[in-house]
Write a protein that binds this ligand. Structure first.
Ligand code: ADP
Length: 399
């Protein structure tokens, strides 16, 4: 049997088709620019001889239904999914599950309604995720659809970690609290790190750092999330590509009052024009590192602020967890930037975090340990694989 994983955005659908036996990727790709005059489809797969193949198509795809139909067609033509009945399940990434969803969930009408209910908490993502579910249901009516939520892994956080110190009714009536995101990734890399440490996930304490364009840190106690840096929305916490992360909540009031900036402009400012981009004009860390090496002071500052925030969260989570087996880096930056890893860990040796400089800088895209042999806390890189985690969780939900 096979499992199709879909990640539906406002104008795109990314897909990966897995073989349930062994979890090999049979095909992957995306349709993008849905709704534009020339939408695009890209599909990668291996032919019978194991040779990598790629197919690219352009054409009108007026909506997500048309987009998913094209994906089904290309999977059929490549022979990777000759018939939808080969599917055990379709797993859907859903960004926000509010408090309703603690686990991957088999989709029915009530689930669709519940996902709709939390749209106000994720107005940019949940409608598109829901669209993906609805069109997949229409196209593959006899196949189980499973929703896998970015927030679900963090539903184990204690109240003391997820409540904000604002009036109680804002939580009770409006759901204002920390939810946390990237849960699928934190779960995947945490469980893999436990395997590499040779211990059950339920017996390890970890700090997982997902550092990509979006970035978040999670404290994992005995296999469950007990705190995470993103909040009610993915804006809180670490410095990100274009998001500010933590700031004094009074900054937006000040800007509104003194510059006459409206709420929509503030949202754009803090979500899309801040973070690394705001600090130095670039949000690609490779470029920022290159500039900093050449002596560019704003690039150096951007790296410094980002590393400072990261170190603060590592310290906070060391304190929350008490004992920690490993710190796990993942995401484009976490997996690749030895520079940022070194800056984040520098000075933490007395707390048991000892990076081995040679292991840290040895280029690799594999799972690996970067700490010195004597380091009480291991430092690891585990490349994330959210699609695989969604596929596995989808299978769990249907069985
Ligand atoms: P997304 O959150 O969009 O999935 P990624 O996880 O792909 O993002 O991470 C993107 C970030 O990773 C970018 O800032 C990019 O510069 C950074 N990155 C990718 N490769 C490297 C590298 N070799 N060294 C430093 N940074 C890198």
């Amino acid at each position: 049997m096979k499992v199709l994983v879909l990640n539906s955005g406002s104008s795109s659908i990314k897909f990966q088709l897995f073989d349930r036996d062994g979890w090999g990727v049979l095909a992957s790709g995306s349709v993008s620019r849905i709704g534009e005059a020339e939408a695009r489809l890209r599909c990668l797969w291996e032919d019978d001889q194991g040779q990598p193949q790629v197919r690219e198509e352009q054409g009108a795809m007026p909506d997500h239904h048309a987009g998913l139909q094209r994906i089904a067609q290309v999977l059929e033509r490549t022979g990777t999914l000759a018939d939808p009945s080969e599917l055990l399940a379709v797993g859907h990434r859903v960004v926000h599950g509010g408090e309703a969803f603690h686990a991957p969930t088999l989709v029915d009408d009530d689930v669709i309604e519940a996902i709709r209910q939390v749209i106000p908490l994720a107005p940019l993502h949940n409608p598109a995720n829901l669209d993906g579910i609805l069109v997949a249901r229409a196209l593959f009516p006899s196949i189980s659809q499973v929703a896998v939520f970015d927030t679900a892994f963090h539903q184990t956080m204690p109240r003391t970690a997820y409540r904000y110190a604002i009036p109680d009714n804002l939580y009770r009536e409006h759901g204002v609290r920390r939810y946390g995101f990237h849960g699928t990734s934190h779960h995947y890399v945490g469980a893999r790190a436990a395997e590499l440490l040779g211990k059950p996930f339920e017996q390890v304490n970890l700090i997982t750092l997902h550092l990509g364009n979006g970035a978040s840190a999670t404290a994992i106690r005995e296999g469950t999330s007990i705190d995470t840096s993103m909040g009610m929305t993915p804006l809180e916490g670490l410095v990100m590509g274009t998001r500010c992360g933590d700031i004094d909540p009074a900054v937006p009031f000040y800007l509104a009052k003194h510059l006459g900036v409206d709420v929509t402009t503030l949202e754009t400012l803090l979500n899309r024009q801040s973070g690394l981009l705001g600090l130095c004009g670039d949000n690609d860390l490779r470029e920022i590192q290159r500039r900093a090496e050449e002596g560019d002071e704003t690039a150096e500052l951007a790296l410094g602020v980002t590393a400072h925030r990261l170190k603060k969260y590592i310290g906070a989570y060391l304190a929350e967890l008490g004992t920690v087996d490993a710190i796990v880096f993942t995401g484009g930056i976490g997996e690749n930037s030895s520079e940022l890893r070194a800056r984040a860990c520098a000075g933490l040796e007395p707390l048991g975090v000892m990076l081995d400089p040679a292991s840290n800088t040895a280029g690799s895209n594999q799972e690996r340990v970067l700490s010195a042999a004597k380091s009480p806390i291991k430092i690891m890189v585990v490349p994330t694989n959210e699609e695989l985690q969604i596929a596995r969780e989808a299978v769990q939900a249907v069985s």
